[in-house]
Write a protein of this length. Structure first.
Length: 248
């Protein structure tokens, strides 16, 4: 278990449970929801410092910390005190739907102000690439990401933030790719998951220059394949894409 585990009620956690502006009402609401989820404490672990505590992630609507439920380490997503969203339950519903076809960290339980989910130990995709993984591992990870994006598209769930997926694709310590953070996801707008992630991986210079050490591609050919995919998403066009990238 990473980090020292601190009981929820300890004062040093107030800055995390009511981030970024402390409010008694928000703090008490978050505390109540965490208790309802079965959270026993929060680990003082993560790269981001908040007062005397630490976070593993921070976004516009929520922060993420390591927690413990029934002795198991989990990721706890906590609604910010200044969040424009009234509830995290919509995000939890979209994550649960993604889980139903094998995408995303496993959702455990959720309330209005907090979500408990599987904690993925690993690195974001760009940082993982910078660490010099084996080419076969890179090819498997890219194939995994593309397949998950096709699944999202075919099931009608648009992630919404994969055109700049730096914080949204995690490679686990076991080498598996996970698409995370469904706070902007929607089942009502047009899905652009695969086209967005292809743009990020193969056309965004900061990432594509790292991928070039492992995978070769022609931008014009990729653009033509994705043009056809936009018109009619299908397994066949994913196969054309992976064949061009020689991922098999």
């Amino acid at each position: 278990m990473a980090g020292v585990i601190v009981p929820l009620e300890v004062a040093r956690l107030k800055a995390v449970l009511s981030y970024p502006h402390f409010s008694d009402a928000h703090y008490e609401a978050v505390l109540e929801d965490l208790r309802a989820l079965g959270a026993e404490g929060i680990a003082l672990a993560g790269d981001l410092e908040v007062g005397d505590a630490r976070l593993i992630g921070k976004g516009c609507t929520a922060v993420v910390c390591l927690g413990v439920i029934r002795g198991r380490q989990v990721a706890l997503k906590i609604r910010r005190s200044d969040s424009s969203r009234e509830s995290l339950e919509g995000e939890a519903s979209n994550l649960e739907f993604a889980n139903s076809f094998g995408v995303g960290p496993k959702l455990y339980c959720a309330r209005r102000n907090a979500i408990a989910m599987e904690h993925i130990r690993g690195q974001n995709f760009a940082r993982w690439l910078e660490g010099g993984p084996r080419t076969d591992a890179v090819r498997r990870a890219v194939l995994d990401v593309l397949g998950q994006c096709l699944s999202l598209d075919l099931h009608g769930l648009d992630h919404g933030e994969l055109s700049d997926a730096k914080k949204h694709i995690i490679i686990s310590e076991a080498g598996r790719a996970y698409i995370i953070d469904f706070e902007s996801a929607s089942r009502s707008r047009k899905c652009r998951n695969l086209t967005s992630v292809v743009s990020y991986l193969f056309f965004k210079e900061s990432v594509s220059r790292l991928l070039m050490a492992h995978i070769a591609w022609d931008r014009k050919t990729l653009a033509e394949i994705m043009k056809g995919y936009k018109a009619a998403p299908s397994d066949r066009l994913l196969e054309a894409l992976t064949s061009h990238l020689k991922l098999y």
